[in-house]
Design a protein around this ligand. Structure first.
Ligand code: GLC
Ligand code: CA
Length: 550
């Protein structure tokens, strides 16, 4: 079947289901809630949804530990609710992507239960090893979430590898039977009408032969031996030939630690296996490698990440654009300013929504939700945050630990979406939601912003509408101006006579307005702005402006 490139004209919205909207009053977000909000999404202008996992799962990693790949969790409404949402989305012109999590399963998956008992054909579905002769772990790798990457299983009498939580054993993708299972799962959803997959840590699925110790990385030990492993392209090419090529779909790889050069091996339109990629480089504008090693925000680093990917993929591959997702704290709290909340929320939107690629918006981002700041570890739900908290140096005070969590935890961005100012932000009718809502919901919520023409939400609507109306945003050349400026992000998109100029201030003080050579503001029309009355020659704090020249 011909693979068209429909995804290049879409704007996706990421739903992290537990916290999106509770439709049946049990305190947990679900697909009934999603169904209720499909018109809201359509109004926003998005025409695609990526669902973080909604399969049956014990919830050790909020659904990224899957116990059954071919069903929908009862707490989300089961298969019936999913079919209704899928149909409802399609009726509204929205595509639907599922999260494909096949680096690992839940330890409660039937395959693992049989594998630990050596019941064929499941015996080698996972990565089992005995201890080293000296009794130590099979190798020195770290898990991403909970200490070392190996846990001993009494039933089998061996260790199993888990690159994430203890309850997330890694699949053995070198076993062709496992690859056949993955294909079966993909066909199951595609035959139902799903439009593609976001593929969770897909670059981890092929481990280096012999699983050697890692002597390179001081943290996340082992990563060079499993990220972009030896058979990765072979396995992806197999998935493409056997499954993806038979459907008109969009495939997106999640890829930690990847350069644009390396990305092209996966996503080049000529010779790649996948359509696009979620990479983490822009996330590193305020941290080193992980949110848990924070650094001051650097606009220059953010711009460099954006520009590198714009330049190096141009004409060869297609970008995924995002600034927020469920794995990182909220962006205004990080790159913007809580003080200039509204202004910086809009500036952040304008900074990425006019780049070349397919934008993704994470739930709550469109209303400028901020980091959550609970007073106790008891409020946290995320396995990684809880593990880290209990393993930080005992020298840290309670206050210091909480501050570290506010700044770094994934839960900072996982609180329920703030729909209105009724109890629990209108997220649920239950007395107690599964996770606390952010206390600021009286000031920040959807209902208030729908009614306010000047809201962040209405800015997103306008920006998305504008993006859709401009050919230069899809096809135009990207040029960054003043790359070394620490406070101004300025870029242009040019296609024949259509030119778009985007100016974004990242300063909490007024700054001189700089305009790139060849651009005369008096000849353009100001098509998007976050200050009602822009001043001549000056950008006000976190001001952004978008000019169109024809
Ligand atoms: C990806 C997901 C993250 C999950 C991890 C393990 O990074 O985005 O939420 O915890 O993979 O599946
Ligand atoms: Ca519910």
């Amino acid at each position: 079947m011909e693979r068209t490139r429909w995804y290049k004209d879409k704007v996706f919205y990421q739903i992290w289901p537990r916290s999106f909207k509770d439709g049946n009053g049990d305190g947990i977000g679900d697909l009934l809630g999603v169904y209720e909000k499909l018109d809201y999404l359509k109004e926003l202008g998005v025409n695609g949804i990526w669902f973080s996992p909604i399969y049956p799962s014990p919830g050790a990693d909020c659904g990224y530990d899957i116990a059954d790949y071919m069903d929908i969790a009862p707490e989300f409404g089961g298969m019936e609710a999913f079919r209704a949402v899928l149909e409802g989305a399609h009726e509204r012109g929205m595509k639907v992507l599922m999260d494909l999590v096949v680096n690992h399963t839940s330890d409660e998956h039937e395959w693992f239960q049989k594998s630990r008992q050596r019941i064929d054909p499941y015996t080698d579905y996972y990565i089992w090893r005995p201890a080293k002769p000296d009794g130590s772990l099979p190798n020195n790798w770290d898990s991403n979430f909970e200490g070392k990457a190996w846990t001993y299983d009494e039933v089998r009498g061996e260790y199993y590898l888990h690159l994430f939580a203890i309850k997330q054993p890694d699949l053995n993708m070198d076993n062709h039977l496992v690859r056949e299972e993955v294909k079966k799962i993909m066909r199951f959803w595609l035959d139902m009408g799903v439009d593609g997959f976001r593929e969770d840590v897909i670059t981890y699925i092929s481990k280096k032969e012999g699983l050697p110790d890692d002597h390179l990385f001081p943290i996340y030990k082992g990563m060079p031996n499993y990220n972009h492993g030896p058979h990765i392209h072979e396995y992806l090419a197999e998935f493409k030939a056997d499954v993806w090529d038979h459907y008109d779909i969009f495939t997106v790889a999640e890829a930690p630690l990847v350069s644009p050069e390396l990305a092209l091996k996966y996503i080049a339109e000529e010779g790649g296996q996948i359509d696009s990629m979620i990479q983490f480089q822009c996330e590193c504008a305020d941290c080193l490698f992980t949110d848990y090693i924070p650094m001051p925000f650097s606009l220059v680093r953010m711009k460099k990440a954006f520009s590198d990917w714009q330049h190096k993929l141009r004409g060869k591959a297609w970008n995924v654009l995002y600034i927020e997702n469920h794995d990182h704290p909220r962006i205004i709290s990080r790159y913007g300013s809580e003080k200039f909340w509204k202004e910086s929320g809009k500036t952040l939107a304008a900074s990425y929504l006019f780049l070349q690629g397919t934008p993704f918006i994470y739930q709550g981002q469109e209303i400028g939700m901020l980091n959550w700041k609970p007073r106790s570890i008891e409020a946290y739900r995320d396995v990684q945050s809880i593990y880290n908290y209990h393993h930080w140096s005992p020298k840290l005070t309670e206050e210091q630990k909480l501050r570290k969590l506010w700044r770094s935890s994934r839960d900072s961005a996982r609180t329920p979406v703030q729909w209105d100012n009724s109890p629990n932000a209108g997220f649920t009718d239950a007395e107690t939601p599964w996770m606390d809502v952010n206390e600021n919901y009286h000031e920040i919520n959807v209902a208030q912003q729908l009614a306010d023409p000047d809201s962040i939400l209405n800015f997103y609507k306008k920006a998305i509408g504008l993006r859709k109306s401009l050919k230069s945003v899809r096809y135009g050349k990207y040029i960054e101006h003043f790359p070394l400026s620490p406070t101004l992000y300025c870029y242009t998109r040019e296609l024949k006579c259509e030119k778009l100029l985007v100016l974004c201030s990242y300063s909490d003080k007024p700054q001189n307005l700089k305009v790139p050579k060849g651009y005369d503001l008096s000849k353009g029309s100001l098509v998007l702005q976050n200050y009602a009355s822009p001043l001549p020659g000056i950008l006000q704090p976190y001001e952004c402006r978008v000019y169109l020249f024809k």
